[in-house]
Design a protein around this ligand. Structure first.
Ligand code: MSP
Length: 510
């Protein structure tokens, strides 16, 4: 059986789950469902990133110990994904003991091989932020947060010999053009690699930071958070055992946003090279969600919370919006207005109305009983079937290419064709002529085939809706896969319609 390993970033526990985290996680879940339906053994990993300065500071501000603080927020991520119906197979925390052990094992291995060395690091240090700054990051020579000039200090630390792998990484990026995708991010990485790569400082002295994994070869230091966090993708598989590391790892599809491109496209592959592990299959990079009011932030009070969206609009409607609105790889804007417009236009008016209309006619004219199809189809019957098949085929290709918005566009194009077919054939007029009742039965049968196809193709994107459609049609999973015209047994009865997506009245209309 073919396999695919899908991962989300491990989210920092210094923020609660919001729109950005939800998007990546929903994409991961969509891909998993899509590959499962194709017969793959698809595995989804998500979790939380819990060590480092930022978390220690957030815990201190909260008046809690870092571990207790991390427990709370990590649980919040997990329960949020549960409530959102995200089908993750394993949830990893960087504070899990097995992960710590694995990180130490790899550190030891790389140290032993000579790719980790002890050296001196000098730089501009802000005591307020407890971090080094590069000249470029300063504003007028001052720390942008504290408005104070950082002090030059030098510190002994451990370094990973990343520079040694620069050429090898460039070669891999050239021979495997889809390693990092879409292309724009691969170009960005290659451009970055035109400059000499510096070695990576991978430790922090415990005099400054205790909240981390101790270096196995020097207890005066803890691991730098990226060296710790990136290894989760492998430590989880190592922990779960079996043949996961050997068979699943090479099928890895990482999902991240552009903010963490460098650690994933540069640190991570060079770390894997040093550890003697194969590289991931794809690093899939998406753009950023911005608010129409600017950046999303707690202080601006414009943070979009997934469970709030679910409660107000339904999870499937929110998923649909996220997947339909953002072109994977590019930035997108979030506004509630755009969300409501899409729900009303695409879900309530289009999809919802279409399904209700077909089921209502089936109920009214035939008490729900699906009528037989003759072998003598009309031209428009063939056209409808071919349009729907084409959309199905296109949606599949687009989904594989992570072009979810185009996949949904293709499905909605098929819906347009189906609505056109209703107008063309006008079953509601034909039914008035008793001679044409058999033809009305056929037309509705074709339309039910559209609904049946929708129940299958929408499943990765809108899983609850797909189940609702299947239940309305009263069919089994197996029947979902049958070819056009063979999905309903003789005398099969479908259910009466129900409202799938209520229209959302906007303020202006109240
Ligand atoms: N802990 C690191 C990742 C370690 S992975 C080994 C981290 N965490 S994070 O909480 O900041 O999450 C960043 C990720 O959250 C992004 O890469 C993206 O997946 C998601 N997003 C957070 N805000 C986002 C937007 N505004 N827009 C889109 N996605 C963003 O970085």
């Amino acid at each position: 059986m073919e396999r695919i390993y899908i991962t989300t970033p491990l989210y920092y526990v210094n923020a609660e789950p919001h729109l950005g985290h939800t998007y990546t996680t929903v994409v991961a879940d969509t891909l998993k469902r899509y590959y499962r339906a194709l017969g793959y053994d698809a595995f989804l990993l998500t979790g939380t990133d819990e060590h480092g300065d930022k978390i220690a500071q957030a815990a201190a501000a909260d008046g809690t110990e870092p571990k207790a603080y991390a427990d709370r927020v990590s649980n919040l991520f997990r329960s949020t994904w549960d409530e959102c119906g995200i089908g993750y197979d394993h949830f990893i925390r960087t504070t899990d003991v097995y992960h710590k052990d694995y990180v130490q094992k790899i550190l030891q291995k790389i140290y032993h091989a000579g790719d980790i060395y002890f050296g001196e690091y000098g730089g501009l240090y802000c005591y307020g932020c407890e971090r080094f700054y590069t000249e470029k990051e300063l504003l007028g020579g001052k720390c942008p947060d504290h408005q104070t000039a950082p002090e030059y200090i030098s510190e002994k630390n451990y370094f990973f010999r990343m520079s040694k792998y620069q050429q090898q990484l460039i070669e891999v990026l050239q021979t495997r053009p889809d390693l990092v995708r879409p292309e724009r991010y691969r170009t960005e990485v290659l451009a970055f690699l035109r400059e000499p790569l510096e070695d990576l400082r991978i430790s922090r002295p415990t005099s400054r930071l205790q909240w981390g994994i101790p270096l196995p070869f020097d207890s005066n230091y803890v691991t730098y958070v990226w060296f710790d966090a990136l290894l989760n993708y492998v430590s989880a598989l190592d922990h779960l055992g079996g043949d996961l590391l050997s068979t699943l790892w090479p099928t890895t599809n990482h999902l991240i946003a552009k903010d963490i491109l460098k650690p994933h496209a540069i640190y991570w592959p060079t770390m894997l090279m040093a550890a003697g592990l194969p590289l991931y299959q794809h690093l899939n990079v998406h753009g950023y969600w911005n608010m129409d009011t600017g950046k999303m932030s707690k202080s601006l009070g414009n943070v979009i919370r997934p469970l709030e969206m679910k409660a107000r609009f339904g999870m499937d409607a929110f998923r649909y919006f996220l997947l339909r609105e953002m072109a994977f790889g590019q930035d997108a804007k979030f506004s509630e207005e755009a969300l409501v417009t899409r729900i009303n236009a695409d879900l309530a008016n289009n999809l919802g109305n279409f399904v209700s209309r077909v089921l209502a006619m089936q109920q009214k004219y035939f008490a729900g009983v699906v009528q037989p199809l003759s072998t003598n189809w009309a031209k428009e019957d063939y056209e409808l079937r071919d349009s729907v098949k084409r959309a199905d085929f296109d949606a599949e290709g687009f989904t594989k290419d992570l072009q979810f918005h185009r996949a949904l566009e293709a499905i909605w194009w098929a819906l347009d064709q189906a609505n056109r077919y209703v107008v063309q054939t006008a079953p509601f007029t034909m039914i008035k002529d008793s001679d044409k009742k058999a033809r009305v039965g056929e037309v509705l049968h074709h339309l039910l085939e559209v609904v049946r196809t929708l129940a299958r193709v929408l499943a990765p994107f809108m899983p609850d809706t797909a189940v609702e459609l299947k239940n309305l049609l009263a069919i089994s999973d197996d029947a979902l896969k049958a070819p056009w015209g063979q999905g309903f047994a003789a005398g099969h009865k479908v259910n009466p319609p129900k409202v799938l997506f209520p229209r959302i009245e906007t303020e202006a209309k109240k």
